[in-house]
Design a protein around this ligand. Structure first.
Ligand code: 13P
Ligand code: SF4
Length: 319
């Protein structure tokens, strides 16, 4: 619409005027991903977002995604101003892992190495030995297991179960889940496979084990986009937030992509498989953040220092 065009022009102008760069996650709206692409920013998974923000020389990072992504950017770049379209955009994994309870869980198991998923608050990261994103989680746990370490894992039980199954590591698990991925149903994916026997199935490992078991490839968002390109299949059934279709379809314009069913009846559901928090990022509040300096992320020095160590361990890790 004309209104969107005006917003887009305004955001481009403000980004330039404020020496700011836009970093967007694959699950945000197409218009936001497109803007990030067109303005020298990046569209990426959570690990690449962290790396990009930390390396970029901009004075301001505008992080379109969910809260933990903005916090991670600020922890890695305290000298930069970090803005988010809205500070309300959290994540069910973060909400389901309160720092006090998590801390008590760690205290009860002092012999375990604490590994937390990036989808957590700065306070939870501050209690951890390692932070990992889904694209690096298996490699890090494999490395720790080879050193004979026992793991305390939080918060995603599905991703944790997947890592445990891949590595055979001894993992004590927090009971958390992603409200979006937890809805994918094995029965629905089986129905899709019957309808499209030539299709490959791509699954984010935050999905239940029964769905991951049906996957040709399981992996982080960026790994799934790579797999879409690498696989010979012309038809792909994808179990992750539908925001990923913007970049995935760009990567494989000739292939047919289907959203994996969340209803268990084989029907694709257009309004499902979309993170309500990611959806809070819009052109309007993005423009507002830049125009008024709203949505700035702050992380106190003491907390920042504690959360930085496990994050740096992740960034310096080479599989
Ligand atoms: P990725 O690191 O795979 O992008 O995952 C982030 C996320 O929130 C998945 O739901
Ligand atoms: Fe969190 Fe799930 Fe949304 Fe990812 S999709 S940000 S894990 S609630």
């Amino acid at each position: 619409s004309a209104e969107d065009e005006a917003r887009i022009a305004e955001i481009k102008r403000l980004l330039k005027a404020q020496n700011a760069v836009l970093v967007a996650h694959y699950y945000t709206d197409d218009a936001i991903q497109q803007l990030a692409e067109q303005t020298g920013g990046c569209v990426a998974d959570s690990l690449e977002m962290a790396r990009f923000g930390a390396r970029h020389e901009a004075e301001t990072l505008v992080v379109a995604g969910v809260r933990f992504m903005g916090e991670t950017a600020k922890i890695l770049s305290p000298e930069k101003r970090v803005l988010m379209p809205t500070l309300e955009a959290t994540c069910s994994l973060d909400v389901g892992c309160a720092p006090d309870e998590f801390s008590a869980f760690c205290d009860a198991h002092p012999e375990r190495t604490v590994v937390v998923y990036a989808n957590t608050s700065a306070a939870v990261k501050a209690r951890a030995d390692w932070v990992v994103t889904s694209s690096i989680a298996v490699d890090v746990i494999e490395h720790l297991q080879a050193r004979g370490e026992k793991i305390l894992w939080a918060p995603d039980k599905h991703l944790g179960g997947y890592i445990q199954q891949k590595t055979g590591a001894d993992m004590l698990m927090w009971d958390g889940a992603c409200i979006v991925h937890e809805e994918f149903k094995a029965r629905g994916v089986e129905d899709m496979k019957r309808l499209y026997p030539e299709a490959a199935v791509l699954v984010h490992p935050e999905s239940p084990a029964s769905v991951v078991a049906l996957a040709d490839v399981a992996g982080s968002t960026s790994q799934l986009i790579k797999a879409a390109r690498a696989l010979p299949h012309d038809t792909l059934v994808v179990a992750t937030d539908r925001g990923i279709f913007f970049k995935m379809q760009q990567a494989v314009p000739e292939k047919t992509l289907f959203e994996a069913p969340t209803a268990g009846n084989g029907a694709t559901c257009k309004s499902c498989a979309h993170c309500p928090w990611m959806a809070m990022n819009a052109l309007d509040n993005l423009a507002g953040a830049l125009r008024e300096g709203r949505g700035e992320i702050h992380v106190g020095d003491a907390l920042r220092e504690k959360a930085l160590a496990p994050l740096e361990r992740m960034l310096n890790f080479n599989a």
